[in-house]
Design a protein around this ligand. Structure first.
Ligand SMILES: Cc1cc2nc3c(=O)[nH]c(=O)nc-3n(C[C@H](O)[C@H](O)[C@H](O)COP(=O)(O)OP(=O)(O)OC[C@H]3O[C@@H](n4cnc5c(N)ncnc54)[C@H](O)[C@@H]3O)c2cc1C
Length: 270
């Protein structure tokens, strides 16, 4: 538990590692610009992301949850790509020209530091990744940090309008903690679907809401429409309330989640 003097933190670690390499693809260029082969918890730990970047180059990222780390040698990297749920990823890069080394990244733990539970000196605040750092694979971190800055701006405007120039930081940290809760929940509930995730949250606690959430998450493995909506919510482009829109409820209730949990291949067309 927290004490007034000692900061404590929560870590939920999916033990996800990824490896990235740039390629020049052979001509003709594909008619899509992004391909995502998704992981599919609890058993399919592997994902691939291929996207066109500047100068006709492509960036290929492979990832694996639960210490299923992608290898860093040429041949093993390709073998890992071949093991993804869809052959399309491997097909796209197997004859392509590698134009960079393979770079690995494994610091993907979600970390929440509870500055809201301690006394900070006045006029000193903490925000961004220093408070809430999320597993980078969901692409939320910059948005969460930018939103933290907005919380700070709004708080400063309110506090300064109250004549005092001494800012009680603890009040801000409490406000920020409340603001971060949703983003933390979204990222860690994704990671907690893997049994290998360290300190994972309980995702099957029973009750209607839990049933609905589990079924929806399962459906995202086989239904691109629901998956896209979930990703938009996780990327903070849409309100989480969209998950309870009648159309989504209808899909979740009517459509049986696929028993096959192989992951999906999504391509974003030009
Ligand atoms: C591999 C990886 C991929 C990511 N991909 C995405 C993504 O696709 N989309 C997304 O939204 N987010 C992504 N993120 C997360 C995103 O980068 C962070 O959430 C965001 O940068 C946090 O912003 P920040 O300002 O809190 O911290 P930072 O951006 O880390 O800025 C902190 C700054 O403080 C400086 N600093 C540190 N110590 C000191 C010191 N003692 N004195 C002075 N300066 C210091 C650092 O050099 C740094 O410039 C990714 C993160 C990683 C690690």
């Amino acid at each position: 538990m927290a004490t007034k003097s000692r900061i404590y933190f929560t870590i939920i670690n999916p033990l996800l590692g990824y490896a990235t390499r740039r390629y020049r693809l052979l001509k003709p260029q594909p008619d899509w610009k992004v391909m995502l082969v998704s992981q599919s918890p609890p058993h399919n730990t592997r994902l691939g992301y291929l996207a066109q970047i500047e100068n006709g180059e492509w960036i290929a990222t492979l990832g694996g949850y639960g210490r299923d780390y992608p290898p860093l040698s040429d041949r093993d990297f390709l073998d890992f790509a071949r093991s993804l749920a869809s052959p399309k990823f491997y097909e796209a890069i197997k004859d392509a020209e590698p134009i960079s080394p393979i770079y690995a990244h494994r610091a993907t733990a979600n970390r929440l530091r509870h500055y809201d539970k301690i006394e900070l000196p006045h006029n000193f605040v903490v925000l961004g990744d220093a408070v809430c750092a999320l597993c980078p694979v969901y692409g939320q971190g910059m948005t969460v940090s930018a939103l933290s800055a907005i919380v700070l701006r709004n708080w400063l405007q309110k506090e300064y309008s109250h004549s005092s120039t001494i800012l009680k930081s603890s009040a801000f940290q409490k406000k920020l903690a409340k603001n971060n809760l949703l983003h933390w929940s979204l990222a860690t509930s994704q990671d907690s679907q893997f049994p290998t995730t360290q300190s994972r949250r309980e995702v099957t606690s029973g009750g209607l809401l839990s049933w609905y959430t589990n079924r929806l998450l399962q459906l995202t493995n086989s239904d691109p429409h629901t998956y896209t909506q979930l990703i938009q919510i996780v990327n903070l482009l849409r309100s989480p309330l969209q998950l309870y829109h009648p159309k989504v409820i209808f899909r979740v209730v009517r459509k049986s989640p696929s028993k096959k949990t192989n992951g999906e291949c999504y391509q974003l067309k030009r």
